[in-house]
Design a binder for this molecule. Structure first.
Ligand SMILES: *Cc1c(COP(=O)(O)O)cnc(C)c1O
Length: 367
C-alpha cells in the first residue's frame, strides 16, 4: 500500500457534483477571467478572514510581489525575512528590487525570531516579512512593536496558514497586508494556480488592485508598470465550493496531528511540532525533527516503504546559490534544514494509515 504525503481525492470526491456544477456554470457564462465569480469569492474570503479587502491574484508569489509594491517597497529598501521558508518569500523581495535580509528562526516555532529581527534593523529597513511556516503562526506581537518603533511595513506570508490565527485574529490580517496561495497542496487549494492579498488598508488595496491589471484603474489608461495577475473564474468557483468546508478540514488536520503526537511522543531522537500558546496550528504540514543525523536515512526508508514524506526545506535561503555570500551563518536554520521531515497529513487521513506510518518510523528507530 502506498501512502502519499497528501491525498486530495477525498475532498474532490466529496464535492464532485458541486464542483462540476460550478465549472459548468463558468463554461456557460462565457466569462473566464475575473468577473462576478471572482468578485463573489473575494467578498466571501474577506468575510472569512475578517479583512476589509481581499484581492484575488494569479499565485501566492504574485500576491507577495504585488503586496510588497503596494506597501511602497522597492529598490534600495531592505526587508527582513526568515531564512527558513519557501524560496518565493525572498524571491518576491528581490523581484521588487529590494534586498532580503535573512535572519534566523526561533527554535520552537521555526519562524522569525523577533530578537534577531531587532538586531537586523538598519536605516534602510522598510519592511518585515514574517512567514507562518507549516501552518504555525509567527510570534507577531513583538514584530508589530518593532514595526511601529521603526515605521516599517509588515507583510505576512500566510501561504501555508490559511484559516490559522494569532491570539484569535486570522493570520494574514495582523500586519499591513497578508498574502495567501491557493496552490493545490495548500490548506485552501484550487486545481491550478491562485493567490490572495488581504488588507485593511484602503491605499494598499487600491494600488494592489491596480497593479494586478497592468497598472490600470481603467482599461487602457495605465498609470504604472504592473502585472497580468488576474484570477480566472474556474479557479474562483472551485475555491467558492471548498471555502465553506475549510474549518471542518482544518479540524481534521488538527485531529490527525494530535494523533501523531500521541503515537510519536516517546520516540528517541524525534522532536514533535511545538504548540505555541498564542495560536492554533493549522498543520498544512506535520513536520518533525529527526536528530542524530538520521533524517536522510529515515526519509529514504519511508520512501522505499511507499510512504511519501518531504523535506521542507533542504537548503536555507541564505545558502542557496542565488543568495550565497549575503549572510553569515544562521545556525538554527542550517541545523533544521538537516533535521526536518514532513509526514503524510490531510484532513480525512485515517488513524490506521497514520499508525502504519508510525510503525515504519519505529521499525527504523528499532523501538
Ligand atoms: C506556496 C508558497 C508561496 C508561493 O505560492 P505560489 O502560489 O506557489 O506562488 C510563497 N510562500 C510560501 C511560504 C509558500 O509555501
Amino acid at each position: 500500500m502506498k501512502i502519499p504525503i497528501l491525498a486530495l481525492k477525498p475532498e474532490t470526491e466529496a464535492l464532485w457534483a458541486e464542483l462540476i456544477d460550478g465549472i459548468e456554470g463558468v463554461l456557460k457564462s462565457g466569462q473566464f477571467i475575473m468577473g462576478p465569480k471572482v468578485a463573489a469569492l473575494e467578498k466571501d474570503l474577506a468575510a472569512y478572514l475578517g479583512a476589509k479587502h481581499a484581492i484575488a491574484v494569479n499565485s501566492g508569489t504574485d500576491a507577495l510581489v504585488i503586496a510588497l509594491r503596494a506597501a511602497g517597497i522597492g529598490p534600495g529598501d531592505e526587508v527582513i525575512t526568515s531564512a527558513f521558508t519557501f524560496f518565493a518569500t525572498a524571491e518576491a523581495i528581490s523581484l521588487v528590487g529590494a534586498t532580503p535580509v535573512f535572519v534566523d528562526i526561533d527554535p520552537q516555532t521555526f519562524n522569525l525570531d523577533p530578537k534577531q529581527v531587532a538586531q537586523a534593523v538598519t536605516p534602510r529597513t522598510k519592511g518585515l516579512l514574517p512567514v507562518h511556516l507549516y501552518g504555525q503562526a509567527a510570534n507577531m506581537e513583538p514584530l508589530i512593536e518593532l514595526a511601529e518603533k521603526y515605521h516599517l511595513k509588515v507583510i505576512e506570508d500566510a501561504a501555508q496558514s490559511f484559516g490559522g490565527d494569532y491570539q484569535g485574529k486570522k493570520l494574514g490580517t495582523i500586519g499591513h497586508v497578508g498574502c495567501f496561495s491557493f496552490y493545490p497542496t495548500k490548506i485552501l487549494g484550487t486545481y491550478g494556480d491562485g493567490g490572495l492579498i488581504a488588507t485593511n488598508d484602503d491605499e494598499i488595496a487600491e494600488v494592489a488592485r491596480t497593479l494586478r491589471v497592468h497598472g490600470a484603474k481603467q482599461n487602457y489608461y495605465n498609470e504604472m508598470i504592473g502585472y497580468n495577475s488576474r484570477l480566472d473564474a474556474l479557479q474562483a468557483v472551485i475555491l467558492s465550493v471548498k471555502l465553506p468546508h475549510i474549518d471542518q478540514w482544518i479540524t481534521g488536520r488538527r485531529t490527525a496531528a494530535h494523533y501523531y503526537n500521541q503515537l510519536l511522543k516517546d520516540l528517541p531522537g524525534i522532536v514533535l511540532p511545538y504548540a505555541a500558546p498564542y495560536t492554533k496550528h493549522v498543520y498544512n504540514q506535520y513536520t518533525i525533527r529527526v536528530l542524530n543525523g538520521k533524517r536522510d536515512d529515515l526519509h529514504q526508508q519511508l520512501h522505499a516503504a511507499g510512504i511519501g514524506t518531504m523535506i521542507y526545506y533542504p537548503v536555507p535561503l541564505h545558502k542557496l546559490p542565488v543568495y550565497a555570500g549575503t549572510t553569515p551563518s544562521l545556525s538554527v536554520a542550517e541545523q533544521y534544514a538537516e533535521e526536518v521531515l514532513s509526514l503524510p497529513i490531510w484532513p480525512q487521513m485515517e488513524k490506521e494509515t497514520q499508525a502504519t506510518v508510525v510503525e515504519k518510523i519505529k521499525a527504523f528507530l528499532n523501538c
